[in-house]
Design a protein around this ligand. Structure first.
Ligand SMILES: CCCCCC/C=C\CC(=O)SCCNC(=O)CCNC(=O)[C@H](O)C(C)(C)COP(=O)(O)OP(=O)(O)OC[C@H]1O[C@@H](n2cnc3c(N)ncnc32)[C@H](O)[C@@H]1OP(=O)(O)O
Length: 288
């Protein structure tokens, strides 16, 4: 019965004709994640921290644990997505950055860095199915995947400069590796958020989908091409492409974390975060 319910839920969720999902629930118990494996041993990792998948330390450490487990169990691929049809992820949780002790900010930042290293360096192929807005940390998560498919009419980008802090070097590099130096400089210095169409034009995403179901079909097509590629050859090639960033982060990660913690703790940045949070609340009040 339980198996049947899971299977039905998956079918409804993905509405995909091409994939028949054989639901195997992941062994871990998570508060903010749902992890399901399909019959091709592809893990569908769905962030479900309502309302907007704000990345707090707990959600990030759950993602980190799943990545370790998927590596150990030799999964054949992973799709990272959101439960929401409006927001992929709203980025790092301001509540853990505003008026927080340095230790709290440090935990948050080191956990996202841990996720970046594991996701960017994962041996298995990874796809982000971006079902809604993906500002800042949401964009970072998708940039760590190998392929990005985004549903129409949303925004994606790295707007951290608008919050008064500079984009950390490792994140700059992620963007440069994806959209090239010139486009990354223009985007990062202005904190630009791209519409889905603009993101495709600049190469920030790889495909546009009309809805979640078609995004999953496209993700499946992307992952299927690797069925005929020897995994070890694929993995080493990916490692070669990504080695420079991974090495840099493993050598300098602690410095990046401390730099970021001291940047966030500055009174001026704290003021900007407070104003930004107030602005979000006002926008919401005015739209109601
Ligand atoms: C080595 C170091 C590596 C560090 C890497 C650093 C990378 C990134 C840094 C960050 O991620 S900083 C976070 C930046 N995030 C943003 O600028 C996005 C802010 N949010 C939005 O723009 C919008 O929420 C949205 C995503 C477009 C969704 O809009 P929507 O209208 O659907 O929802 P809202 O009403 O705005 O939000 C609902 C609810 O959630 C609260 N909220 C939203 N985002 C955050 C957040 N990042 N942190 C905390 N809380 C957030 C928002 O205030 C609403 O709260 P309530 O009013 O319901 O209480």
């Amino acid at each position: 019965m339980y198996r049947y319910v899971c299977k039905t839920m998956l079918r409804r969720l993905f509405l995909s004709k091409k994939v028949s999902y054989q639901a195997r629930l992941f062994s871990g118990n998570f508060r903010y994640l749902e992890v399901l494996n399909n019959e091709n041993n592809v893990a569908i990792v769905t962030m479900k921290r309502a309302p907007v998948n704000t990345l707090n330390s707990e959600l990030l450490s759950e993602i980190s644990s799943v990545l370790t487990n998927l590596d150990e169990t030799k999964c054949s691929g992973m799709v990272l997505t959101s439960f929401s049809d409006k927001v992929f992820s709203s980025g790092l949780d301001f509540n853990e950055m505003y008026e927080s002790r340095p230790a709290t900010i440090r935990t948050l930042v080191s956990t996202i860095l841990e996720v970046i290293i594991k996701l960017y360096g994962s041996p298995f192929p990874t796809v982000a199915v971006i079902t809604g807005h993906a500002p800042s940390g949401g964009c970072v998560l998708s940039l760590c995947c190998e392929y990005r498919i985004m549903v129409q009419n949303f925004q994606i980008g790295l707007n951290v400069v608008k919050l008064g802090y500079s984009t950390p070097l490792s994140i700059v590099q992620l963007m440069v590796n994806t959209i090239g130096h010139r486009n990354a400089e223009l985007a990062l210095t202005s904190g630009r958020l791209f519409t889905t169409n603009e993101a495709l034009r600049v190469g920030l995403i790889d495909e546009i989908a009309k809805d979640r179901a078609s995004a999953f079909d496209k993700a499946n097509d992307f992952l299927n091409q690797f069925k005929v590629i020897p995994p070890i050859a694929r993995h080493f090639t990916k490692q070669s492409m990504r080695r420079a960033l991974l090495q840099d982060v493993s050598i300098n990660g602690k410095i990046y974390v401390e730099d970021f913690v001291s940047l966030i703790s500055r009174p001026k940045v704290q003021e900007l975060i407070a104003a930004y949070m107030a602005n979000m609340k006002n926008k919401k009040k005015n739209s109601n």
